[in-house]
Design a protein around this ligand. Structure first.
Ligand SMILES: [Zn+2]
Length: 87
């Protein structure tokens, strides 16, 4: 059935199932085969994996508010830094 390689769209569509290990071995092999060759999808898979690791480390699924706060803090820091270089 998998004579045809997956394209990027299909890999992204199945990425979550792949990360959840909800696919069968052949589907996993197809995706890993694609990830090994496609840097875009590999980067994306890596990003999702880290995000998940962080969310599960936090223990709850209610990470977004905290995440937003952190991003705001980072942006503030960026803005401050830029303001200082212009002074
Ligand atoms: Zn790809």
């Amino acid at each position: 059935m998998s004579a045809r390689p997956l394209d990027c769209e299909e890999v992204i569509e199945r990425l979550f199932e792949y990360l959840d290990r909800e696919l069968d071995e052949r589907q996993i092999a197809d995706i890993e085969h694609h990830l090994a060759r496609c840097r875009d999808c590999f980067t994306r898979a890596q990003f999702e994996t880290r995000l998940r690791a962080r969310v599960s480390a936090a223990g709850t699924v209610t990470a977004p508010p905290r995440l937003h706060q952190r991003i705001r803090q980072l942006l503030d820091r960026f803005n401050d830094g830029e303001a200082n270089t212009h002074h």
